[in-house]
Write a protein that binds this ligand. Structure first.
Ligand code: PRX
Length: 633
């Protein structure tokens, strides 16, 4: 626990050390881990290549740092508390020793199925402990996992399988979410019709739903672990060997595979977890994310387990079977740190105070927020009614690409300021730049957020496409990592994140690329052209608004709109379904043929009093038509 900062002056000192002597700083932090062979060099980097290596030539296995490192001190401590979707079903408490045995056994099973170091394994599973076991077993044998959120459609799943040429898929016979039982095995079967690399599908029994098993390909989880030993010798990995790939949306093209490697990610997730949440030995920590997202990777599984914490995993949704479910769970397990997303907070805020009333919530010490900017109203509601006014609220800014929390208060140490992610963690050097890339020093400045020095859990590449990696993150402002976010440094030097400045929409904390949604819409046979923008949404933060030019002959707009929504749902998944679709005759375009999205954003946001300069438009007449046709409520 020596990595933990205790005071504000301690934070300031650590921060200064981390900036002036980063290698010495991270070398010291990394020493508390178990390395089979130490590094030759803490860091070598070049943001032009780009080429970034942390703990060069060190050898390790991350899971030895979860299990072998901790078992003597807390083998019987709860590693995972699992709360099922249906509160009437039994919960599970899995100790570190048991989790270790499950991981070893599944590691042996994966190897017996032919999975080797470096092979890619897709995990398309519900929020059950076996999903965490699957991730850990991959890490133990050196296979590269790629978790796909189980709400993605078969074609989104197929795209990911194809991109990483996965050898094996892990799934379940069904997925309970609220009152639904989602037939995920069918989705996998459909996806595999469009792929050719997968040799085996391992199916974990969860819902006891009837599924079709393809005899040469599909095997049951409980069958593959049968007879496998609960001992397993961890495979030796290089610090820069791939740990996982996680697909995320950007402003162009298909989702890209963000690559994280072993050593740096391990060091940073444990360090950031301990410091941001100020976790103490007997605490129960709960992050409500899904393991399909980076938050689930870093702060349900890796960070907490590396720190020897008790991490709660919840299978269900916040409103099932009632709107007080989160609060009931907090009281049931005496949760000390609670970490959720603004969209969940706003949705629960809308239910009023009644669902909270039966619960004391007095175990809470720290509450956290992640995924999107938290508006002041939601911040105060969360702080006052859930934190009861006396829990520090950590508004944590970070990204799939950053691997861990970058800018955040340290709970109880950094003074809280509503809706401000506040200050960078030690080792993180954020800068605000203007459009030309000049650093805006000092306070009271606003611009684009970049990071000018590497940190241990920075992504290393985008899978199979290093050029795209360079173009996406290091070309806008050469020599710096560009986050895609706008930010403001206020008069106190505190940072406030303003949201994306590129064509990425943040819907309920999930990233959607406008181009990706447009491509899906364009699959509808009657769609000629489309444009998608984000607009402010009371609960989701941003909603998806689509404009489509269609062949309207013989079909009503209402039917077209529903069909377009259905097409997106089928091609990407329910999270990408547009909230609004407007059928239009034309889209505002510049003389060079570029869609003027600025105008579309304003119309979607019902902010039409000043549309700005439209003199470069080729077809200004479409604007009035679009305004007339937009929903009036
Ligand atoms: O726009 C920022 C927003 O979420 C984006 C990253 O999304 P993703 O890679 O899916 O990771 C989400 C969970 C780490 C960022 O570029 N974002 C994330 N956290 C915050 C945030 N915006 C404002 N405040 C935050 N605390």
């Amino acid at each position: 626990m020596s990595q933990k900062i205790q005071t504000l002056s301690g934070y300031i000192n650590e921060y200064q050390r981390s900036v002036h002597q980063p290698e010495k700083f991270w070398g010291r932090i990394a020493q508390s881990f178990h390395w089979q062979k130490p590094w030759d060099n803490v860091l070598s980097w070049d943001f032009k290549g780009p080429d970034i290596k942390w703990f060069e030539n060190a050898k390790l296995n991350l899971t030895e740092n979860i299990f072998e490192r901790h078992l003597f001190t807390h083998g019987e401590k709860a590693a995972i508390i699992w709360e099922p979707n249906d509160p009437k079903e039994a919960h599970r408490i899995i100790s570190y020793r048991e989790l270790f045995e499950m991981t070893c056994q599944f590691s042996n099973a994966l190897e017996a199925q032919g999975v080797e170091k470096g092979d890619r394994v897709i995990i398309y599973m519900p929020m059950i402990p076996e999903a965490a076991v699957a991730m850990l077993a991959c890490a133990r044998i050196g296979a590269v996992h790629s978790v796909v959120f189980a709400g993605f459609s078969s074609s989104a799943l197929a795209d990911r399988i194809n991109d990483c040429e996965a050898k094996i898929v892990l799934t379940s016979d069904g997925n309970f979410r609220g009152s639904k039982n989602i037939p995920v095995k069918e989705v996998v079967d459909e996806a595999l019709e469009k792929t050719s690399t997968v040799e085996k599908v391992i199916v974990c029994k969860r819902t006891n739903s009837e599924v079709t098993m393809k005899s040469t390909r599909d095997v049951w989880w409980h069958d593959v672990i049968k007879g496998q030993s609960i001992d397993h010798k961890a495979v030796t990995l290089d610090a820069e060997d791939l740990l996982f790939i996680l697909y995320t949306s950007g402003s162009t093209g298909k989702p890209k595979g963000v690559v994280h490697t072993t050593g740096g990610y391990m060091v940073y997730t444990q360090y950031s977890f301990l410091n941001v949440f100020q976790y103490e030995q007997d605490d129960v920590y709960w992050c409500t994310a899904d393991i399909g997202w980076i938050t689930g990777h870093s702060y349900i599984v890796y960070g907490p387990l590396l720190a020897g914490a008790t991490t709660l995993m919840f299978e269900g949704v916040p409103t099932y079977p009632h709107a007080g479910r989160f609060w009931e769970i907090i009281d049931k397990y005496k949760v000390n740190q609670f970490y959720t997303a603004p969209t969940a907070i706003r949705a629960l805020q809308a239910k009023g105070l009644e669902p909270i009333a039966p619960y004391s919530l007095d175990s809470l010490k720290v509450i956290g927020s992640v995924g999107e900017p938290i508006n002041e109203e939601a911040w105060h509601w969360y702080h006052d009614h859930i934190g009861k006014g006396n829990c520090p609220l950590v508004d944590t800014w970070w990204q799939t690409e950053t691997g861990g929390i970058m800018i955040s208060p340290l709970a109880g140490i950094t003074p809280n300021k509503p809706a401000h992610a506040s200050l960078p963690l030690p080792g993180i050097q954020p800068v605000i730049v203007d459009a030309e890339g000049n650093e805006l020093k000092g306070n009271n400045v606003e611009g684009n957020l970049c990071i000018k020095f590497p940190w241990p859990s920075i992504l290393r590449t985008t899978y199979g496409d290093h050029k795209r990696f360079k173009e996406t993150y290091f070309s806008t402002y050469p020599g710096m990592y560009f986050t895609g976010d706008g930010a403001k440094r206020d008069h106190d030097g505190y940072l406030r994140i303003l949201g994306r400045v590129d064509d990425v929409i943040n819907v309920s904390g999930h990233r959607m690329g406008t181009a990706e949604v447009e491509n899906a819409i364009n699959e509808h046979p009657r769609v000629i052209e489309s444009a998608v923008v984000g607009y402010p949404h009371d609960i989701k933060g941003q909603g998806i608004y689509a404009y489509a030019i269609c062949d309207r002959e013989g079909v009503s707009d209402q039917v077209l709109i529903e069909e377009i929504k259905g097409t997106v749902r089928k091609i990407i998944g329910p999270i990408a379904k547009p909230d609004e679709v407007q059928i239009v005759n034309g889209l505002p375009k510049t003389r060079s043929g570029k869609i003027m999205r600025r105008i579309l954003r304003k119309v979607a946001s019902k902010d039409i009093s000043n549309l700005g300069d439209t003199s470069t438009l080729l077809n200004p007449e479409v604007i009035a038509e679009i305004i007339d046709g937009s929903p009036s409520d």
